[in-house]
Design a protein around this ligand. Structure first.
Ligand SMILES: *[C@@H]1O[C@H](CO)[C@@H](O)[C@H](O)[C@H]1NC(C)=O
Ligand SMILES: *[C@@H]1O[C@H](CO)[C@@H](O)[C@H](O)[C@H]1NC(C)=O
Ligand SMILES: *[C@@H]1O[C@H](CO)[C@@H](O)[C@H](O)[C@H]1NC(C)=O
Ligand SMILES: *[C@@H]1O[C@H](CO)[C@@H](O)[C@H](O)[C@H]1NC(C)=O
Length: 213
């Protein structure tokens, strides 16, 4: 099971974050770069808009809704669409740091940890649930078997486009986009998301990956 790959990492840190690595097969081309305020730091990152109307950065990490992202956005330093640029533009490439180093590690006691080891999640709607349940539940089972101190709590479906603070809302791509993405850390102040292809493109190994670091 794919989860076993991550266990050495996990047991070292004894930390669970809702984390992600790329399952990106088709990287989006419409990319913007700029400085963004994160809970713990200001970073220069590159982002794109997902099909589901969210903002993703670092390849496949969901930041949150467009409104949440715009509140955190400080400035734009590069865009793949020059004609869209305002006077804010200064075109320099993103720092190597923000391209190469994925901020996957969370320090003990940091706010990115799930309180009580409980991860709350829900499906966007019943259609999403019926299409993705087999992969999501399979991945959660893999995590529960390997890391018993984490529990996943399923809440009732909710199709609020703004999501729910501190709760992972799972959405299905339609049509599929050939990558899966998810929010990275627990954050009680913004919506958390997982966006997946249907039909097995984001299968149990990939979704297991999306649930872990
Ligand atoms: C690129 O993203 C911007 C939003 O940042 C959007 O307005 C524009 O239509 C997108 N362009 C393409 C080609 O998708
Ligand atoms: C963007 O914001 C960052 C962080 O505040 C700052 O260091 C940088 O100089 C700004 N860049 C531009 C082009 O305004
Ligand atoms: C912020 O990040 C630094 C390391 O980059 C870490 O030492 C510190 O504990 C973090 N604080 C919080 C509240 O996450
Ligand atoms: C979602 O958030 C936006 C901006 O914060 C707000 O204008 C809108 O009314 C909200 N939508 C819903 C359905 O709550």
């Amino acid at each position: 099971m794919a989860a076993s790959k991550f266990l050495p990492l996990l047991s070292l840190s004894l930390i669970f974050v809702l984390g992600v690595r790329a399952q990106v097969q088709t990287p989006p081309t419409n990319i913007t770069t700029g400085f963004v305020r994160f809970a713990n730091a200001t970073r220069q990152v590159s982002w794109f808009y997902t099909q589901g109307g969210l903002v993703a950065y670092d390849g496949d990490v969901v930041f949150g809704t467009v409104a949440e992202f715009e509140r955190a956005l400080i400035n734009v330093t590069y865009t793949s669409e020059p004609e869209r640029l305002s006077t804010k533009r200064r075109s320099y490439p993103p720092s190597l740091d923000s391209i190469v180093k994925r901020a996957n590690s969370i320090f003990p006691g940091s706010s990115g940890l799930w309180p009580g080891g409980q991860v709350f999640y829900r499906y966007f709607d019943s259609d999403t649930e019926s299409k993705l349940k087999v992969y999501v539940e399979g991945a959660l089972k893999a995590w529960a078997n390997e890391v018993p101190c984490i529990s996943f709590v399923k809440l009732s479906n909710n199709n609020d486009p703004n999501g729910s603070n501190g709760i992972v809302t799972i959405k299905a791509h339609n049509p599929n986009v050939f990558y899966c993405s998810a929010s990275q850390n627990y954050d009680s102040t913004k919506s958390l998301w997982m966006e997946l292809d249907t039909g097995g493109g984001c299968g149990i190994p990939e979704v297991t990956h999306e649930w872990g670091m």
